[in-house]
Design a protein around this ligand. Structure first.
Ligand SMILES: CC(C)(COP(=O)(O)OP(=O)(O)OC[C@H]1O[C@@H](n2cnc3c(N)ncnc32)[C@H](O)[C@@H]1OP(=O)(O)O)[C@@H](O)C(=O)NCCC(=O)NCCS
Length: 197
């Protein structure tokens, strides 16, 4: 064949919240997370933890009321995940802002547009829950993720030069935010016409 051959394979992708983890899904989720970590990860772990630890981690995530886990499927199997983390209830001053965290797609499932849709699912849930801001942070070396977040309208507002420590070296990290709706007009406190009286 003279032309460059392209093998087009039809794959079905789906994005969904995961509120309960069944054994088969857990295996797929752990496989995907492990391979993403080995590939350079970027969502906290530098080396994959033992499988049992990873399994307990994901089982725990779905039990935490402030965490919302979304997964990406390729032909029915989980290959990607992301979480929406709500602020702790005692943090009244920051009750307007939620966090998008731990996004990953297994290396073999990349290039199907799964991560922008996962980011959109998190954003939609944050809007439904009434949040005004969605924040995230990541290592400055995560080029693909930076493309994805900036493509979804997140704006970088700071860089921490000592964000992570990898193999004894500091790695900078970027902080991003997206405002989800306009700030409601603040009610002005009523002032007395003649405060001296
Ligand atoms: C970030 C990640 C989720 C993206 O996976 P994906 O949805 O399959 O994304 P794609 O492979 O389609 O790439 C997304 C975009 O980044 C670009 N990209 C991919 N690899 C890149 C690289 N090494 N450098 C720069 N850009 C890159 C792609 O061209 C694409 O841009 P486009 O949509 O304008 O074409 C995946 O790379 C990943 O899991 N990385 C490791 C974990 C991570 O970084 N998580 C985020 C920090 S919490």
């Amino acid at each position: 064949m003279g032309r460059k051959d392209t093998l087009m394979v039809d794959v079905k992708t789906a994005i969904e919240p995961l509120e309960e983890v069944f054994d088969e899904d857990l295996e797929d989720l752990c496989d995907a997370a492990e391979s993403a970590i080995l590939d350079g990860g970027g969502f906290g772990w530098l080396r994959p933890p033992p499988r049992a630890v990873l399994g307990r981690y994901f089982r725990g995530v779905v039990l935490v009321p402030e965490r919302h886990l979304f997964v990406g499927r390729l032909d029915g199997r989980i290959v990607a995940a992301v979480q929406l983390q709500e602020p702790p209830r005692n943090n009244e001053a920051q009750a307007h802002a939620a966090l998008l965290t731990t996004l990953f797609v297994a290396p073999w499932a990349r290039g199907h547009g799964i991560s922008p849709r996962l980011v959109q699912a998190v954003e939609k849930q944050a809007v439904e829950l009434g949040y005004l801001m969605l924040n995230l942070d990541l290592r400055a070396t995560q080029d693909a993720a930076i493309q994805v977040y900036e493509g979804q309208g997140f704006e970088r507002w700071a860089t921490n030069p000592a964000y992570a420590l990898v193999d004894g070296e500091f790695v900078p990290g970027h902080y991003y935010s997206k405002q989800l709706r306009k700030l409601p007009k603040a009610k002005k406190p009523k002032t007395r016409k003649n405060p001296a009286k």
